[in-house]
Every structure is written in C-alpha cells, then in structure tokens.
Design a protein around this ligand. Structure first.
Ligand SMILES: [Mn+2]
Length: 198
C-alpha cells in the first residue's frame, strides 16, 4: 500500500481524519468502524469499504434553503457548493442509535454547530426530520473519495432566529458573519432549477 502524504493538508482537517466512522453493509447495517481517513481513501473504496453519512437541508420560513461553499481546506471536494451540511455520525453510543435515525439526527445537530455556528438549542434532534437514504459514491481526486449511504434529514425553521447567532449591542448578529464557511440562501424552487440545469 503506497504511503499517503498528508503533510500538505490543513492541520485541523488532518486531525479530523482520526475520527471513527461507522462501517456498514449495503443495507445500512453496522459491520464495524474505521477512521475517517481509511473510509475516504479510493484504494479502500475500491475494495468495498462503505460508511454511514448524512446530508442536512435547512430551510427558513420563506422556503429558502441554506447552502454552503465548502472550505478550500477540505480534503475532499474543496470549494464545492453543497447543501447545508454533510458529515458522518461517529462510532459512539449516542450517534450509533438507530431508532428513528436518532443517532444521525444527533450528529446533524453537532455538525450544524461546528460548521455553521448554529446554537445546539436552535436545532434540536426532535425537530430534524429523516427523509430518505441514498448511496453516494464519487472520486474527489486520485487519492480521496466518497462511498457512503447518506441519510437525508431536513429541518424547517419555525422562526428565522437560526439565521442569527447571539446579539451585539442588542442587534442580532447574522449567521453569515459568524459562520466559518460561506453560506447562501436560495429559494428552493430556484435550487431545483439550478440542480436540473446547472
Ligand atoms: Mn464520507
């Protein structure tokens, strides 16, 4: 197996490669666990290594979908535009729990805070809804790629509070200023048109 050189990669992203993802079979049954790094190496994907993931679609009260542009420090698919947040439930008891996809919904809450700065209390797992699952397999470059079963979860905002994170001199501070990534709102109808005809 050739040595994978990760010295040029972002330090924080490299640390995240040690996280333990959940290995699954093609029916999304847990069969084991492995590092995020091993799960995303094409050479392992070619041998059939498959892991559990999720994609969050977050809407505001005007039916606008929150999109993000992935950081240029990301190891897979840097700079790409994507839905609100995509990541993995981890191999711990809380996020492994499968009843009504609660583990995935807890992971979604964790990552909405980490990636977008959305307070945990604004996105409780009870208000995140499981929609469906699909198999996503794609190469990012010659070394890294994806092979995962993605749970699609959706959350509609009852209020637009989630687009504000705290206050500054009594004025709400918008998510757009505090988020570590670039985010955009797009009306869902427009999103579907772009998706069909990019
Ligand atoms: Mn993945």
């Amino acid at each position: 197996m050739p040595e994978i050189n990760i010295n040029h990669l972002d330090k924080q992203q490299v640390e995240l490669l040690a996280e333990m993802c959940i290995l699954i079979d093609e029916n999304d049954n847990k069969v084991g666990a492995d590092t995020k790094k091993n799960c995303h190496l094409n050479e392992n994907i070619e041998k059939g290594l498959l892991h559990r993931a999720f994609s969050v679609f977050l809407f505001n009260t005007e039916n606008k979908l929150l999109l993000q542009q992935r950081s240029d420090a990301k190891i897979t698919f840097p700079d790409c535009f994507t839905n609100t947040c995509c990541s993995h439930p981890l191999n711990n008891p809380s996020e492994l729990e499968e009843n009504e996809a609660i583990g995935v919904r807890r992971a979604a809450q964790r990552r909405l805070k980490a990636e977008l700065g959305i307070p945990l209390e604004e996105v409780s797992p009870e208000e995140i809804y499981y929609i469906t699952r699909f198999h996503y397999k794609a190469q990012s470059d010659s070394i890294w790629g994806e092979n995962e079963i993605d749970c699609i979860v959706e959350m509609g905002m009852v209020t637009s509070n989630v687009l504000h994170v705290g206050t500054e001199n009594g004025t709400p501070v918008p998510l757009f200023r505090s988020s570590p990534v670039d985010v955009f709102l797009i009306h869902f109808d427009r999103f579907l048109i772009v998706f069909e005809d990019p």
